[in-house]
Design a protein around this ligand. Structure first.
Ligand SMILES: Nc1ncnc2c1ncn2[C@@H]1O[C@H](COP(=O)(O)OP(=O)(O)OP(=O)(O)O)[C@@H](O)[C@H]1O
Ligand SMILES: [Mg+2]
Length: 233
């Protein structure tokens, strides 16, 4: 489903990603962890067609991100720090707007469906400007899954969420993965990463230092020890 092959990214003379390789099969959940500046966001942006790689290829659902960016955008949902939401519109209006952009069939019904899935049904008619951070985050998930993407790309979705909002995000992610969506998540939360993932990857200074099935790691303490070992330069 996802093939990242020899991805390299330079900004000027600085190499931010250095021959990154990995794959994820349909329905798999892969988490990338690593220190600040490791290149995680840059990698997700390349996968999301927002940044061009200097070298290498990314294929998602059979489409090359550089050659067929529109096709790739049609099958991915992206959640990042930019919520892509309009404060002056209501939750329902925001989603309807994106639904029209994607030409989603039966848009109104789909909007109600994703509002239900993200626990926002009763906030449909409230302006997003009045939402808390956690509610905005849920709505940005609703927006990201509106077109039923086969792949979800998440850049630190838990950042800034309180325990309740995190738990609710976790249950949304759990139900999505149950429905067969393929997910790549960046996180600094080792505990959650281990619980949600099929595969975990440690990226340090643009290099994959560790990549294994999550089932190979016994518990969070072991993951923490691996993280410390592989993030030392
Ligand atoms: N547009 C850009 N121009 C120049 N340098 C950039 C650009 N975007 C990112 N970088 C540099 O690339 C490196 C990796 O940045 P990136 O945002 O991918 O890291 P990250 O792993 O997501 O870090 P964090 O955990 O802090 O989010 C950093 O040194 C950053 O300064
Ligand atoms: Mg980042």
């Amino acid at each position: 489903m996802i093939h990242v092959h020899d991805i390299t990214k330079n900004f000027g003379s600085m190499t931010v990603l250095d021959n990154v390789n990995f794959s994820a099969r349909g329905g798999e959940f892969l988490t990338i962890v690593g220190p600040n500046g490791a290149g995680k966001t840059t990698l997700i942006k390349i996968m999301a067609t927002l940044v061009n790689a200097t070298g290498g290829t990314v294929e998602i659902g059979g489409f090359d991100v550089k050659k067929s960016p529109e096709k790739v955008r049609g099958i991915i949902g992206v959640i990042s720090h930019n919520t892509y939401l309009y404060n002056e519109l209501t939750a329902g209006e925001n989603l309807k707007f994106f639904g029209k952009m994607y030409a989603i069939p039966e848009n109104d019904r789909r909007v109600d469906e994703v509002l239900g899935e993200t626990g926002l049904a009763d906030r449909k008619h409230d302006r997003v400007g009045t939402f808390s951070r956690g509610m905005k985050q849920r709505l940005s998930i609703a927006r990201a899954i509106l077109h039923k993407p086969a792949v979800l790309l998440l850049d630190e979705p838990y950042t800034g969420l309180d325990q309740q909002a995190s738990a609710s995000l976790e249950s949304v992610l759990n139900s999505l993965t149950g429905s067969g969506i393929t997910t790549i998540m960046i996180s600094h939360d080792l505990k959650r990463s281990l619980a949600l993932s099929d595969q975990v990857m440690i990226l340090t200074s643009g290099t994959v230092r560790y990549h294994a099935p999550a089932s190979k790691i016994a518990d969070v303490a072991e993951f923490q020890a691996l993280y410390e070992r592989y993030t030392r330069n």
